[in-house]
Design a protein around this ligand. Structure first.
Ligand code: SF4
Ligand code: SF4
Length: 660
């Protein structure tokens, strides 16, 4: 066994080896030239959009490229990708090692190393072929719509499958004509089995001739694969890891700030021309593998709106391949306005493409050019004039508190928590009950808190997400000033959008706070036995996770603790929950857009909640409360389902406790 090894170019004459190396060199040179054309397009963007931090880059590559974190899930697509990816990587590394051993100064390709090498290559070769077959089966029979179907996909799969099959054929014919004896032959298990079953009786010269022919087919396929890589979805094996490494290092909930200098440079407030995007964004377009995961998760696509996050990326990619141009001639305004900014696409994308950044940058230009009209334009105007999107005088900020003894920053200047009510819970009659319930709970638990009253204004979240960046920045700076004057260090809010803005976006402007969503604080108070959540009802209950709480900020345990989900045998989980939650339809400023009832995302979500059999749907966001109430009203069976915020539910349980 110590002497076990095999020939590398044993059957290939030196002149043929030269032809082979010339062909591979030409193929790689062509690939490099093509990649350079892509790089030139990326470099046409003025701003890089990424920072060079090797530690972060390596960490991301380990998690998302090597360990394929985003790909793992129970689906045929994930399984076949894993098989293809692991097979391709191991076979490529193996072939490189073989070349080093053959042409380098040290020949280590023998003994136990050789035997383990052969076995590993065979196992991953089988995985690779299996991956190809599953991909062909899925494409031919299951035909998922979001996957897309191009002629180049069939070409790619044929080349990959042929590579795998000819690889094993080369091994079998080589083993046959070199007469590899057992037990060494057993380590090349597939080649040995093929030899023992299919090649028995074949004479050595014929085996040698066929080996030569198949070897050439295999070699030409390798050359073709790399030469055509830039014109099919396989390009992502290069651009995917590049994008994973260099994507901007920003929290999911934080949009990129726009500066006056940038506006002066381009003369626009967002992206109008393709090369107004950053280099990092242009690279991301080329990283798309067209898997369709983003589209499958998109509530706008699901509700029949003219938006597919995948199509946005592919359309921009096509524009780039044509040398650039005006993005609005490629992407319709309606497409951009349809986005709820729920981040489901971003969460799903295996190569970390930032769809929301792309969409928001283009929205900024539409707003800057005055191409927004109707209720959302009015909401922006009202944020500017009345400091809230509802257009109510800010003097009415405390109307929700009528009859309650709510401490203000004046009456309780030594407060621990600032209770940031948010515009929805301040002005929306239904959502006001969230503010009232939270105040009652905090008071009962003895929490020291205060509200700003008329000093509170919109955080600017809807303005930023609709695309009015400077209106957002104006609000952010004014609020940060107020919070500084009132010496605020801890904030609690029932609104996940305010929570996200304080947590992830105000730090961009110097506002740093310890911020909690009310679910987190209420869960802590329950754990400290300052509140009770004993549930005596037999009515089934379910929970809708708000996108900006669960997906964007990773908080899905606290709302469940507040409603006692883990101890409640009547609790029902919806199929899409936690980080994988499904939007209610209000985000991204959609709250202020008019839409036909049949296009409402909330109806899809309400149907999902009704299907659990729950009689109560708990939410943890004033916008979700509003949307889900509307969704239930238009969904068969929904009229019997109560929609309540977790604070309202918890307060109900305190009352029952008191009654007992
Ligand atoms: S953020 Fe949500 S609505 Fe917008 S494109 Fe992505 S998945 Fe669709
Ligand atoms: S953008 Fe990402 S998730 Fe969407 S198709 Fe491309 S690679 Fe897949």
């Amino acid at each position: 066994m110590d002497n076990a090894t095999r020939e590398v170019f044993g059957n290939i004459a030196p002149s043929m080896q030269l032809v082979f190396f010339a062909m591979i060199l030409a193929s790689f040179a062509w690939l490099a030239w093509q990649l350079e054309q892509h790089r030139r397009q990326w470099r046409k963007a003025r701003r890089p959009g990424f920072t060079r931090d090797w530690r972060v880059w390596l960490e991301r590559l380990a998690i998302y490229a090597a360990a394929q974190k985003r790909v793992h899930k129970k689906s045929l697509g994930a399984l076949l990708h894993l098989l293809l990816f692991s097979g391709f990587v191991v076979l490529t590394i193996g072939t490189t090692l073989l070349a080093i051993a053959h042409d380098g100064p040290y020949d280590f390709h023998h003994g136990w190393y050789y035997l383990i090498y052969e076995l590993t290559m065979d196992v991953f070769g089988v995985a690779f072929i299996l991956g190809c077959l599953l991909a062909i089966y899925r494409r031919a029979f299951r035909k998922p719509r979001s996957l897309g179907h191009n002629w180049s996909d069939w070409w790619l799969l044929s080349v990959l499958l042929s590579l795998g099959v000819t690889g094993f054929a080369v091994e079998a014919f080589r083993m046959h004509y070199t007469q590899v004896p057992p037990p060494v032959a057993h380590w090349s298990i597939v080649g040995w089995l093929l030899d023992r079953t299919l090649l028995q009786g074949l004479d050595v010269p014929t085996a040698q001739s066929i080996h030569l022919a198949v070897w050439w087919v295999h070699a030409i396929l390798v050359g073709l694969l790399f030469a055509t890589l830039p014109v099919n979805r396989f390009l992502h094996i290069i651009t995917g890891p590049l994008n994973i490494a260099t994507r901007p290092d920003r929290a999911m909930g934080a949009l990129a700030p726009l500066t006056i200098e940038e506006v002066e440079e381009t003369g626009r407030t967002g992206v109008a021309e393709l090369h107004d995007f950053t280099q990092s964004q242009l690279l991301s377009l080329d990283a798309c593998m067209e898997c369709g995961r983003c589209e499958d998760a998109c509530p706008a696509t699901a509700s029949g709106k003219p938006l597919s996050p995948k199509a946005v990326v592919i359309d921009l990619q096509r524009l780039m391949s044509l040398g650039g141009g005006n993005v609005h001639q490629t992407i319709q305004d309606e497409t951009l306005w349809a986005c709820t900014m729920c981040q489901a696409c971003v969460q799903e994308c295996p190569v970390l493409i930032g769809h929301v950044d792309l969409i928001d940058d283009m929205r900024r230009d539409l707003v800057g050019e005055g191409r927004l009209a109707g209720p959302p334009a009015r909401a922006l105007q009202q944020i500017g004039n009345q400091s809230n999107p509802y257009g109510r005088p800010n003097a009415e900020r405390l109307a929700w508190a009528e009859g309650l003894d709510v401490p203000t920053v004046d009456s309780n200047p030594e407060f621990e928590y600032l209770f940031w009510v948010g515009c929805a819970a301040s002005f929306d009659p239904r959502a006001q009950k969230i503010a009232r319930s939270t105040v009652e709970l905090l008071t009962k638990a003895g929490v020291s808190f205060a509200v700003l009253g008329r000093e509170e204004t919109c955080t600017g979240d809807p303005a930023r997400r609709i695309g009015d960046e400077f209106l957002f920045q104006e609000r952010a700076q004014a609020n940060i000033e107020t919070l500084k004057r009132r010496k605020v260090s801890k904030i609690v809010t029932p609104c996940p959008h305010c929570y996200n803005t304080f947590r992830n976006e105000y730090p961009q402007f110097g506002g740093h706070y310890e911020v909690r969503h009310h679910s987190t604080l209420l869960a802590e108070l329950i754990a400290q036995k300052r509140l009770t959540n004993q549930h005596k009802s037999d009515d089934p209950i379910t929970l809708h996770d708000p996108c900006y709480l669960a997906r964007v900020n990773g908080e899905s345990a606290a709302p469940r603790e507040v409603i006692g989900a883990t101890r409640d045998k009547h609790y029902r989980e919806m199929p899409r929950c936690g980080k994988k939650t499904f939007c209610c339809g209000a985000g991204g400023g959609r709250m202020w857009f008019e839409e036909a009832p049949e296009e409402r995302v909330s109806r899809l979500r309400a149907a999902e909640a009704v299907a659990t059999g729950a009689k109560t749907l708990a939410t943890a966001c004033p916008f979700c409360l509003n949307m889900m109430s509307d969704g239930m009203a238009g969904t068969p069976g929904g009229e019997q389902t109560r929609v309540l915020d977790i604070a309202e539910l918890l307060l109900e349980r305190q009352s029952r406790e008191l009654e007992r």
